[in-house]
Design a protein around this ligand. Structure first.
Ligand code: ASP
Length: 346
């Protein structure tokens, strides 16, 4: 239902959607938000209010970092009571990381925060940006007859699909269908109308008050296994001062080599207090360390299951938990819980 008094805040951080070609090199570079607005006159035809705010220096999302995530959270916190929903425009390259981080940093949301962008700049005739932007804005203000937001989560809207942000991965560098949510159903699909799947959307408890978190710890890393990975490389990573958490991308259902040197390296990391979380390299499916001996051995040395979490969700969850100065034991307890619907705990 459209509320004619509704208001949405559009936060422009950069990304292809607002980029132009450099006249010298032809490469795409970030550009001003006013330029983007000129290319979407449709914004004026939407029957609700849209205010916008832009990063001083719009960025390619390859330059996203926890500092930018904090800026976004701060903008949302400062404006939370003034708007019905928020749309964040950013580049697609790291959008799944941003959506995952924001899902932890914005706790007990009761308004939508929708990230979107595009594969082709808004100035290109075949751009996918207009459709993504206009529908994301509509979703940000959509409410049920009682006035409750229909999608009060951190989401990515891309190519007609609304997805839980911390379940997404960028899957395509070229095609408009750039994101997928492999392990969780889509929250809504846009066609001639927007079809919401209420049963899979999280609706907050009415007594919960949104909380805004800013603490993230960057002393975490991702190790993707490959046949032949050398223990020197593993050991060198484990020796990195202050390293607190590792997302270990394993094979299939959470399996890794049974080689004694490899296992000794991982065990040494765990003995040092580093939290090691197992996620699968497969796009679809879950870690189950009880299924094969190779997985069981990892479990026995203290590797934790990341179940069906994406790498993006797992790394930002570690940043978030360690950011809150939790001890390794406390992080181990909390990593097992689904904090923002990011994993399916069996
Ligand atoms: N490199 C761009 C970015 O992530 C790609 C995009 O926007 O799709 O900012």
């Amino acid at each position: 239902m459209l509320d004619l008094n509704a208001s949405v805040l559009l936060i422009y951080t950069g990304g292809t959607i607002g980029m132009i070609e450099d006249s010298q090199t032809g490469a795409l570079k970030s550009y001003d938000f006013n330029y983007l607005k000129d290319y979407v006159p449709e914004l004026q035809r939407l029957k609700f209010n849209i205010d916008s705010i832009q990063f001083k220096q719009p960025i390619d999302s390859s330059d996203m970092s926890p500092e930018e995530w904090k800026k976004i959270v701060q903008i949302i916190e400062e404006n939370y009571h003034k708007y019905d929903g928020f749309v964040v425009l950013q580049g697609t390259d790291t959008m799944a990381y941003s959506a995952s981080a924001l899902s932890f940093m914005l706790e007990d949301l009761n308004k939508p925060v929708i990230l979107t962008g595009s594969q082709l700049p808004i100035g290109k005739i075949r751009t996918d940006g207009k459709e993504n932007l206009v529908t994301a804005l509509e979703i940000a203000v959509d409410k049920d007859p009682e006035g409750n937001a229909l999608a009060p989560e951190v989401c990515i809207f891309f190519q007609n699909l609304l997805m839980r942000g911390n379940r997404t991965a960028k899957i395509n560098a070229d095609y408009f269908k750039a994101f997928n949510s492999f392990n969780y159903p889509v929250l809504a699909e846009a066609g001639t109308y927007i079809h919401y799947r209420h049963e899979v959307i999280h609706h907050p408890d009415k007594t919960c008050i949104p909380q805004f978190h800013y603490l993230l710890d960057k002393n975490v890393s991702i190790i993707k296994l490959f046949p032949g990975i050398s223990t020197e490389i593993l050991d060198a990573m484990i020796q990195i001062p202050h390293l607190k958490g590792i997302v270990l991308e394993t094979y299939g259902a959470g399996n890794a080599s049974g080689d004694a040197h490899f296992l000794n390296s991982i065990k040494a990391a765990i003995d040092k207090g580093i939290v090691v979380v197992n996620v699968t390299q497969c796009a679809h499916g879950s870690v189950n360390m009880d299924r094969y001996q190779t997985g069981k051995t990892l479990k026995n040395i203290g590797v934790l299951s990341g179940y069906d979490m994406t790498t993006e969700a797992a790394i930002t969850k570690l940043m978030f938990l360690f950011g809150h100065k939790l001890s390794p034991e406390e992080v181990k307890e909390r990593i097992k819980l689904s904090l923002a619907g990011e994993m399916t705990v069996k």
